[in-house]
Design a protein around this ligand. Structure first.
Ligand SMILES: Nc1ncnc2c1ncn2[C@@H]1O[C@H](COP(=O)(O)OP(=O)(O)OP(=O)(O)O)[C@@H](O)[C@H]1O
Length: 853
């Protein structure tokens, strides 16, 4: 679990409030809207994909112009030199008319600077760099990794200037040939030659050597004597495959995926089956059977996490059975380091964000800047009054104290009391209710003792509270520089620190709170944090919303961040049956991912993705970059009531096993009772968050302790993780802001469709599919059964059984026929089916139609 990190001094300033900003959601109360911000508008324009396209095309045009000017200058340069020289002194029209350069006077002038004065023929590198950059911006295509190409070309420009300069100097041909070396090369050699003579060539040669060592990594250049030469081995493997095509061992000589869209990057590739008769597999040490480990926090690319014994041949991977935690350790395979280095040198590291290279992360301006009410500070009077009342109350109960100190938070102020020697803490704890009554404020919480300190804390709500805006936390240093895998900003602590947690480490979160206390805002905050930090290729959301209204705004993210079942129309899942199928599908995804990790010899998703990024895993073997998947369920109670075990079991299974493979769950409910948050579910959610609940019992169910019933609402919450309980004020984000954010993302170019989860075919034949029912061959009791169901408005098999005195099988067949005739709805777990026909009159009409009358 993440620790809060301090971004402010521990002794905070008093906090302002906005008392008006919380009347009701979704309409934002009278909080001031941000004034029109010119800077924000310009920055939005610049980030607009159309502006990016325009910049790209402009760059390419400039590049072509420069290329023409430079090439032309190499032949016409000497003739133009006098024109360029006189251009500043004579009227432009005249000097322009005399220019021989194909790109006119301007071309001649720019080429004069770049070619003649600076780099000579090497100046051609500049338009090439601009061309590549323009191409990438305009189309996303990147024939060579741009950064490496730029460095390489600029070095070539400089180095060629130096080499040619040397020869121009020693052959005394400056008059005619210095245009090829440019001024830099010639002047450099003039200076050096007088000191070292031909030794200056050694300097230049050494420069090249340095570049090769650091930039290309000279160690990876293959000498002809290497018998393991990558290309020769690959092509021989390919011909082997040709000769024996039914072995199923496919190899491809072309690592670049030709069928990918134009913006796709080359596939990472290493063919582990390219071995000869001497397979060497390196099994992982059979020591520790636990393959699941929490993901590391550091962003630096770790080594692969498997013992690295360098072998040049590997054995084909044999998939083993999936997926329990105690699964036997995966065999690890050591790919040929020369191959990987070669691929990485050729294509650079794999970069998942190149799936959508022009994707723009949301800007801060999309969030509202709320002005906090200046009256909302905790005044010195309020502080002194509370202090005195605490002291008096304690004194009345015979408790002496040594000192009392206040820290002002956004919602509550914490009075920290050092009791006099000999005072028992349990005594103070037992007086909690009396002290609260005396201080006459709602939401007094007594923390006795404060963890890790010998003091007692009393939290008293502020008269006016501070609104913690989403914008203020998103723009904070601590969040924007966070290196967490899945950073979520949960709010501000009592000492005004911004609390950022890593969902990947939590690894699942259970949320509860009575209605209207801030749960939906809390979920929106969580989703907003993730969307601000992650690229669509790195994160997929599965949103389950049985209430059907809470998460609808996120619909717009379908082709960027959402995942759904292949045959589902709606990306946000509201139907119980679909929820069950989706949960089961996630379990299949989990099993598939475990298999991939096992084959790759990785212990968790992060290691796996690092390995994939380094092009050590072959996509032709099913390996792919694995995005995190976050499953959000808004209202577990509804699901537990309608589908009970059908949802409980996959949720528990996912919660138990999915952390290592990057599937994380956030489950919210307004009814934290034991039949919703069952023991099985609770045991698998170590991190729990509670907004205000209605009773101490509810607080115990969710947090295992009281306290949540004393919160003051509006996002005031307690987070329990690792047996610590922290009080936080959740940030506020309005539906308008969420709408703006979703539009910003949704209007950008996305994937063709939502991320497809594996297909799941349930016991009843899949996603509520119709069964094979022949309505022409109806049961003789069909009409009667239909009337019975419509009269009772209850779609139950047992009703038919009882009233028509039929056996279970026949009643079951009848209900299937009624479903096929759309008189009752589909099976919904333990609940009776919906009756789709409202009255007998409508029914009789339907029956007539069925009979063809
Ligand atoms: N973090 C917050 N800061 C300030 N006000 C808040 C915050 N969270 C919620 N509120 C206020 O409380 C109201 C209710 O919040 P919200 O809709 O999130 O409650 P809920 O628990 O989801 O309710 P329900 O279960 O009925 O959907 C909001 O409209 C807003 O005015």
């Amino acid at each position: 679990m993440a620790q809060p990190t301090t971004s402010r001094p521990v002794n905070p300033r008093p906090s302002p409030t906005n008392g008006t900003a919380r009347q009701s959601r979704p309409t934002r109360p009278a909080s001031p809207r941000p004034a029109f911000n010119i800077g924000a508008s310009i920055s939005r324009r610049l980030n607009d994909p159309r502006s990016i396209l325009l910049t790209g095309v402009l760059l390419m045009l400039v590049a072509v112009g420069l290329l023409i000017a430079f090439v032309s200058y190499l032949t016409t340069g000497p003739a133009d030199q006098s024109v360029v020289g006189s251009a500043l002194s004579e009227p432009l029209a005249e000097s322009g008319a005399e220019t021989r350069n194909w790109a006119g006077l301007m071309g001649a002038y720019i080429a004069h600077v770049f070619v003649f004065r600076w780099f000579g023929v090497g100046a051609l590198a500049l338009p090439i760099v601009l061309l590549l950059a323009g191409l990438k911006l305009a189309t996303g295509a990147e024939p060579f990794p741009l950064r490496r190409a730029t460095i390489g070309l600029l070095f070539t420009a400089l180095w060629s200037s130096l080499v040619i300069g040397y020869f121009v100097l020693v052959t005394n041909s400056a008059e005619t040939a210095s245009v090829w070396s440019g001024g830099i090369g010639y002047e450099f050699n003039s200076a050096l030659y007088s000191l070292f003579g031909w030794g200056s060539l050694a300097f230049i040669g050494f420069g090249l050597f340095l570049f090769l060592v650091y930039f290309i990594d000279i160690r990876t250049i293959q000498l002809p004597s290497f018998s393991t030469d990558f290309f020769s081995r690959r092509s021989s493997a390919a011909s082997d495959t040709d000769a024996d095509s039914d072995t199923g061992t496919e190899t491809t000589d072309q690592p670049v995926a030709a069928t990918k869209p134009f913006y796709a990057q080359p596939e990472p590739f290493i063919d582990e089956e390219d071995d000869d008769d001497e397979p060497v597999a390196t099994p992982a040490p059979a020591s520790d059977p636990v393959v699941v480990q929490p993901v590391q926090t550091t962003e630096s690319l770790p080594t692969t996490g498997v013992p690295l014994t360098v072998k040049s041949h590997v054995e084909p991977v044999t998939p083993t059975e999936p997926t329990e935690l105690s699964a036997t350790p995966a065999p690890t395979y050591e790919p040929d380091p020369f191959e990987e280095d070669d691929l990485v040198a050729q294509h650079g590291l794999y970069d998942s964000t190149l799936d959508l290279p022009q994707y723009q992360y949301p800007t801060n301006e999309l969030l509202t800047e709320y002005q906090n009410n200046p009256r909302a500070q905790v005044s010195a009077d309020e502080l002194t009054a509370n202090k005195e009342r605490i002291e008096n109350t304690l004194r009345n109960f015979g408790i002496r104290i040594d000192s009392i100190q206040a820290s002002i938070g956004p919602t509550v102020t914490l009075y920290e009391i050092v009791p006099a020697e000999g005072v028992r803490i349990s005594k103070i704890k037992s007086l909690e209710d009396d002290i609260a009554l005396n201080l006459a404020a709602l939401g007094i919480r007594i923390i006795a003792p404060m963890p890790g300190m010998g003091t007692i804390g009393i939290e008293v709500p502020n008269k006016n509270r501070e609104m913690v805006s989403m914008r203020s936390v998103i723009t904070s240093d601590i969040f924007s520089s966070s290196k967490f895998e899945l950073p979520v900003v949960l709010g501000k602590t009592i000492s005004n620190e911004i609390y950022v947690a890593d969902l990947a480490k939590m690894p699942h979160l259970l949320m509860a709170g009575a209605t209207g206390q801030g749960k939906s805002v809390g979920l929106n905050v969580l989703l907003t944090s993730l969307i601000y930090k992650k690229h669509p290729s790195q994160l997929k959301l599965v949103l389950v919303d049985p209430k059907k209204v809470e998460l609808t705004l996120f619909n717009k993210l379908e082709r960027h961040f959402l995942a759904k079942l292949p045959d589902s129309d709606e990306p946000i899942i509201t139907d119980t049956k679909k929820v069950v199928n989706t949960l089961n599908s996630l379990c299949i995804e989990m099993d598939n991912r475990y298999n991939l990790l096992k084959e790759a010899g990785c212990r968790n998703l992060k290691e796996y993705n690092v390995k994939f990024t380094r092009r050590k895993l072959n996509p032709e073997k099913g390996h792919r970059y694995l995005p995190y998947i976050v499953l959000i369920i808004d209202e577990l109670a509804d699901l537990m009531m309608t589908a009970g075990k059908e949802v409980e079991q996959p949720i528990a299974r996912l919660a138990q096993l999915a952390r290592a493979i990057g599937i994380h769950l956030v489950v919210a409910t307004q009814r934290p009772s034991v039949n919703v948050i069952t023991g099985l579910i609770k045991a698998n959610f170590p991190a729990r968050l509670s907004f205000k609940v209605t009773s101490k019992i509810d607080s115990r169910t969710i947090l295992d302790t009281g306290g949540a019933e004393q919160l003051v609402g509006m996002g005031d919450m307690l987070l329990s993780s690792n047996s610590d309980i922290i009080r936080l004020q959740c940030p506020f984000v309005d539906t308008d802001e969420i709408e703006g954010l979703c539009e910003f993302v949704g209007n950008q170019r996305g994937y063709d469709d939502a991320y497809a989860l594996p297909e799941f075919v349930g016991d009843d034949g899949g996603q509520g599919e119709e069964k094979d029912v022949d309505l022409d061959n109806r049961d003789p009791m069909f009409d009667e059964a239909a009337r019975l169901i419509v009269i009772h408005q209850q779609g139950s098999t047992s009703l038919i059984q009882r009233k028509l005195k039929l056996g279970y099988n026949r009643a079951g067949r009848l209900i299937d026929q009624l479903e096929a005739a759309r008189i009752v709805g589909p099976f919904e777990g333990s609940k009776a089916r919906d009756v789709l026909v409202l009255d007998l009159q409508a029914l009789e009409e339907m029956l007539k139609r069925l009979k063809g009358e």
